[in-house]
Design a protein around this ligand. Structure first.
Ligand code: SAM
Length: 226
């Protein structure tokens, strides 16, 4: 396995890419941020669609390197800033017109999957560890008319995200629903409680195959709150 395969994008990222392409007007000439760049495919798409500037943050040094390699290969590095760091600590006081993210959000602490680190996809027992951290910091980094778009799997409970956004002066809405195959290795990392709670309610088994539902959630300021 080489470094490119190591960061192979998921179905979640593919859905985010589709959203970005379908809303290119929200990218063009805008200041954009991707939290958790991984392979760099989202950053590359944002820049190719004409973002004025794009900041990419990742906790994993190898992911920052993979993103830099991809942007260099695609001749897109000039408007990009890549930061190796932990979430919002890496963003200073900057505000962004568009923030996109596919954070680690699988409802497990330890995941043995495809040679990836737990920080690639594990979100703690309810999946929300990084999502809550993201939401808390978002209000300090979203421009007044800005928009954040995040992948959001079923474990996270969209009602919790909406309640949290509301308490922060933000609003969250589901913009897109999808389902992705769930590899058995990842399935095995779910606790019996999570498995029984979500089977048939966002986790679906068909024969030996499993699928997990996820959404794309848009977050913006509530009217008058920016
Ligand atoms: C599910 S992957 C998605 C990556 C990318 N969208 C892709 O598919 O190529 C999540 C990414 O978030 C990064 N990450 C995890 N925790 C982070 C944190 N606290 N701050 C910044 N990045 C983080 C991981 O290293 C990983 O690259």
């Amino acid at each position: 396995m080489n470094d490119t395969n190591l960061f192979s994008p998921s179905e979640y990222t593919a859905a985010l890419l589709l959203y970005i392409r379908q809303h290119a007007e929200r990218v063009h000439a805008c200041r954009v941020l991707e939290m958790g760049t991984g392979s760099g495919v989202v950053m590359a798409t944002l820049l190719a669609l004409g973002a004025e500037s794009a900041v990419g943050v990742d906790l994993e040094a190898l992911a920052v390197q993979a993103t830099q390699n991809l942007l260099t290969q695609e001749h897109l590095l000039t408007r990009a800033s890549l930061v190796h760091g932990d979430m919002w600590e890496a963003c200073g006081d900057a505000r962004f017109d568009l923030v996109v993210t596919n954070l680690p959000q699988f409802a497990a602490e330890h995941i043995e999957y495809d040679g990836r680190l737990a920080s690639w996809s594990a979100g703690g027992p309810d999946g929300r560890r990084h999502v809550d951290q993201f939401l808390k910091g978002l209000k300090h980094h979203l421009a007044p008319n800005g928009l954040a778009v995040m992948t959001h799997n079923v474990f996270l409970d969209v009602n919790k995200t909406q309640a949290m956004a509301n308490s922060l002066g933000l609003q969250a809405r589901v913009a897109y629903c999808a389902s992705a195959p769930l590899p058995l290795q990842k399935l095995a990392s779910l606790s019996p409680e999570v498995l029984s709670r979500f089977t048939g309610e966002g986790l679906h088994r068909v024969g030996e195959y499993w699928f997990v539902d996820f959404d794309l959630v848009e977050i913006s300021w509530k009217h008058g709150e920016a």
